[in-house]
Design a protein around this ligand. Structure first.
Ligand code: OOG
Ligand code: MG
Length: 253
């Protein structure tokens, strides 16, 4: 059954079509949801995609409130999900994409299990402003915690701005998401688990508990500081993390 659900979700993502929430017909546990995520992403790996990192989700109150869930989740990032800075994306490849402002860590050492904030920072090579493009494969972007985890935590694309020093101050930085120069969402880097480094600590713990480790060269998205905003055609979307930098991408119809 898990394999079948994984296949359905992979096909939904590949064909940009929505499917019914799994939880409506098959009650699954959180452990089974992560198993489905792994089986589903394996199909991408089988098509040649490579794991490039992980994303953390629901690390801010704004996101939990928007989606009506209240626990941390994580998902996998593949090379095919990366959107180049400034790139124009084709919205027909998505079901109902949304963008959210994030902070990304690039690692230069492995990290797994229980680590301190200092140990987490010691494994960081660089830090960058980022945008995550999320796209639930469920109708109306509605899901339970188990549903969204099975669906790779809605991950579908990400943009990384210019990498900055690992010693950059990321404590309490204002973060803005703009659509065509208009600010549509604002928050603080500390809306992400009180400080974004805590998200890396949690990533090491959660992903370690699942039997994987964060590796040198991988990118970790700390989670959105604000609610996500729905994308429409002909927009320029940018995230500005004050004093860290900005990044952007565009949409076409
Ligand atoms: C789930 C993904 C949450 C974040 O940054 O909090 C997430 C969703 O909202 O669909 O990526
Ligand atoms: Mg996110």
């Amino acid at each position: 059954m898990l394999n079948e659900i994984a296949h359905t979700l992979d096909q939904a993502a590949a064909s940009a079509t929505s499917v019914d929430q799994i939880s409506l017909s098959n009650p699954i546990s959180l452990a089974q949801a992560y198993e489905i995520q792994q089986l589903s992403i394996q199909q991408r790996f089988n098509r040649g995609e490579k794991l490039v990192g992980y994303k953390m989700g629901f690390t801010s109150r704004a996101k939990m409130l928007q989606m009506g869930v209240d626990d941390l989740i994580w998902g996998r990032l593949t090379d095919a999900m990366q959107i180049e800075e400034g790139q124009e994306i084709d919205l027909t490849k998505y079901v109902h994409p949304r963008a959210e402002p994030e902070i990304a860590f690039l690692l230069n050492k492995p990290l797994s299990g229980k680590v301190s904030r200092e140990e987490a920072l010691a494994a960081v090579e660089a830090i960058a402003p980022a945008i995550e493009v999320i796209d639930s494969r469920y109708q109306n972007f509605k899901f339970s915690l188990e549903d969204v985890v099975a669906d790779n935590s809605s991950s579908s694309g990400f943009v990384i701005g210019a990498w900055q020093s690992k010693n950059s101050n990321i404590d309490g930085l204002a973060m803005h998401l703009k659509v065509n120069d208009e600010v549509v969402a604002s928050g603080s880097s500390n809306d992400i688990l009180d400080h974004p480094i805590n998200s890396l600590v949690e990533a090491a713990r959660c992903i370690g508990a699942a039997g994987e480790e964060l590796k040198a060269g991988q990118i970790i998205l700390a989670g959105a500081a604000t609610a996500a905003v729905a994308l429409e055609a002909n927009q320029t979307i940018s995230a500005n993390v004050i004093n860290l930098g900005s990044c952007q991408f565009k949409t076409k119809g």
